[in-house]
Design a protein around this ligand. Structure first.
Ligand SMILES: [Zn+2]
Ligand SMILES: [Zn+2]
Length: 344
């Protein structure tokens, strides 16, 4: 089968590899759509995320994918055959303390495709534990199904924020994760939603997806604007969806005393600075979001109902052969790109 392999920063090549065959508990997925994630971009450009996750050999990236089940192993549910599925890509060990206590998303033995030591989905076929394949309704396209993965992150982030009806929310970073998070926060009860980003076209996108007041981090001071708009109080909840080290600090500064901050974005650094004095004096609660945990079924239902618009976020589509061109487009934020996907 064909696959696109990363082999050095900003370098990818089309290769031919053997098609995988499913183990007893697995399903064989004919990959139909794969989204490019911010974490893929860190690997693409820098070959690493922080100092712990480093690509030391060529690898196939990609973990936001959906496809059609073409075969199942002997112990997998045969009803999955032929089904169009969204795939939850990370496969936990299901035996450790984290897994046993319901926090499988932080399993230390998690298998995650498209990173160090594990090939991902920029290819024609994937095998995955059948329990992590989620059939989608007929009304949902496979391209939208691939968006369930980042959308589940947004659902988990708002869940971690413990958003109460009528609260005010700020979302820093209006890339795909920020735009999804803004939507989820809005229909989960946010009264007023503030957003910030460096790019003008993303501020416009934010307004389309429910942000009431969007501030430019390039020409304005988003923290000062949010504090002014809330009479100096700050928001109840701030969510950092940026890919920058400054994001969490901005979120902390914009949050009211005893408010909540959630960190979703990946700066790519091992350590990031934090305004600890502000966080302490306001007795803020800070939570970090690690992907998702039991969020796929609800996220699929929300997307299928139309309340969560994943479709409009997909601005670009490329064939597998042009994966590198797609990465370059996203890396340079060209052509007002939000989400680019590889489709077939
Ligand atoms: Zn991702
Ligand atoms: Zn585990």
């Amino acid at each position: 089968m064909k696959a696109v392999q990363w082999y050095a920063p900003r370098k990818m090549r089309l290769i031919e590899i053997e098609r995988p065959s499913p183990k007893p508990q697995e399903a064989l997925i004919r990959v139909a759509s794969v989204g490019i994630c911010g974490s893929d971009l860190h690997y693409y450009r820098e070959g690493r995320i922080g100092t712990q996750q480093v690509l030391t050999e060529p690898v196939i990236l990609g973990h936001e994918y959906a496809g059609i089940v073409e075969a199942v192993g002997a112990e997998a549910d045969p009803a999955l055959l032929g089904k169009r599925v969204a795939v939850e890509p990370g496969i936990p060990c299901l035996a450790c303390e984290s897994c046993a206590t319901g926090h499988y998303n932080v399993c230390r033995k998690m298998f995650f495709p498209g990173g160090p030591g594990a090939n991902g989905a920029f290819c024609e076929y994937m095998t995955v534990h059948a329990a992590f394949c989620f059939p989608i309704p007929d009304t949902m396209s496979l391209q939208e199904a691939a968006m369930i993965e980042p959308a589940a992150v947004a659902v988990h982030a708002v869940e971690l924020a413990q958003l109460a009806p009528g609260e005010t929310v700020a979302v820093f970073g209006l890339g795909p994760i920020g735009l999804l998070t803004a939507q989820v926060a809005k229909f989960s009860g946010a009264r007023t939603l503030y957003g910030a980003d460096l790019l003008e076209y993303r501020l416009e996108a934010g307004r389309r997806f429910g942000v009431d007041a969007a501030f430019s981090a390039r020409t304005q001071d988003p923290v000062a604007e949010i504090l002014a708009a809330t009479n100096g109080r700050g928001v109840d909840v701030a969510i950092d969806c940026t890919n920058a080290s400054e994001g969490l600090g901005l979120a902390v500064q914009a949050t009211r005393p005893a408010g909540r901050c959630v960190l979703v974005g990946i700066s790519g650094e091992e350590w990031d600075p934090l305004p600890v004095s502000i966080a302490r004096r306001r007795e803020l609660s800070l939570r970090w979001c690690r992907r998702f945990c039991h969020n796929f079924p609800n996220t699929i239902a929300l997307a299928a109902s139309g309340r969560l618009d994943v479709r409009s976020l997909i601005t670009h589509s490329f064939p597998l052969e042009e994966t590198q061109a797609a990465f370059d487009l996203v890396a340079e934020n060209r052509d007002n790109v939000l989400k680019a996907s590889i489709d077939r």
